[in-house]
Design a protein around this ligand. Structure first.
Ligand SMILES: Cc1cc2nc3c(=O)[nH]c(=O)nc-3n(C[C@H](O)[C@H](O)[C@H](O)COP(=O)(O)OP(=O)(O)OC[C@H]3O[C@@H](n4cnc5c(N)ncnc54)[C@H](O)[C@@H]3O)c2cc1C
Length: 253
């Protein structure tokens, strides 16, 4: 595994424990000063409210799948029907070979080496006894690694939470795992996220750089968590989008 993800300051929020911090945590309950220690949640109880507000008044086409990208006379043609001067890609990098043709062999091999993890979530009804926002389960005998107490974030608080496990794990298996945790009552919903986390294997840095260099060389800007193949959370994506917008304005307006 590549250790680049704990060294990159753009990740910004990952806790990188020191030996001292690790030792202190064994003896005490040290105060966590990470930037996301406190956070706001929209009163609508809907995370998307914030994102949708940013897009207010902006012309955005939704429910439109991009199946092909072709460069023609310095402009980009999408699905053979829409033409643009600038193209910013947020499709996961490993899927770009499905959209672009004539990718040179060495770049194509870099795209193909990019690996990612899926994640499987179950939404549970709980008995209402959870008193944390989220927690980790470092127990190999339990088939979830994280519990998010989503019911404690919304107003009024609800008796529900989400469990998470890496990979594509069948519903039936997770429903059984839930029986090992007394406060989980009934599974309500199930979801597998295809692209959840980039995989920092030893090919990571080289393959990512080669893939993005190729897109840069044809003038295609690749952006966002899977467009840049990084472990970015929403705040970093938003900050980088603000920076990108400034750069494009300076360059083109
Ligand atoms: C399980 C999980 C938990 C997370 N938890 C948190 C958290 O607690 N806090 C946090 O800040 N962040 C969290 N994140 C990260 C957060 O979701 C991402 O950082 C953020 O959504 C990335 O934004 P983005 O715009 O780069 O990509 P996305 O939000 O993935 O947007 C990319 C868009 O491109 C569209 N697209 C892709 N290909 C095509 C195509 N061919 N045609 C048309 N449209 C296409 C997709 O439909 C999508 O709308 C989590 C992510 C996961 C997977």
């Amino acid at each position: 595994m590549d250790s680049v993800w704990i060294e990159d300051e753009k990740q910004m929020k990952l806790p990188v424990p020191t030996k001292r911090g690790f030792y202190d945590a064994l003896l005490n309950r040290p105060n966590d000063n990470m930037v996301h220690k406190n956070f706001y949640y929209p009163k609508t109880n809907n995370q998307n409210t914030f994102i949708e507000a940013i897009g207010d008044g902006v012309k955005i086409i939704t429910n439109y799948n991009v199946d092909s990208i072709v460069k023609e006379n310095n402009s980009w043609v999408i699905n053979g029907e829409k033409r643009y001067d600038i193209l910013i890609n947020t499709t996961p990098l490993d899927l770009m070979p499905n959209l672009l043709s004539n990718i040179p062999a060495d770049a194509l091999s870099a795209f193909k080496k990019l690996k990612f993890n899926r994640v499987t979530n179950i939404l549970w009804e709980t008995d209402g006894s959870l008193n944390f926002t989220w927690g980790y389960i470092p127990d190999p005998k339990i088939g979830f690694h994280r519990i998010s107490n989503t019911g404690s974030i919304v107003q009024p608080n609800g008796k529900f939470c989400t469990t998470e496990v890496i990979g594509n794990v069948p519903y039936e298996k997770l429903a059984q795992e839930g029986k090992k945790i007394p406060f989980l009552k009934n599974p309500i919903d199930y979801n597998v996220t295809e692209h959840a986390y980039v995989h920092f294997d030893l090919n990571y840095t080289k393959s990512k750089q080669k893939s993005i260099s190729y897109l840069n060389s044809i003038g295609l800007i690749s952006h966002g968590r899977f467009g840049e193949w990084e472990y970015y959370n929403m705040d970093v994506c938003i900050k980088r989008s603000i920076d990108l917008a400034k750069r494009l304005k300076d360059e083109y307006l």
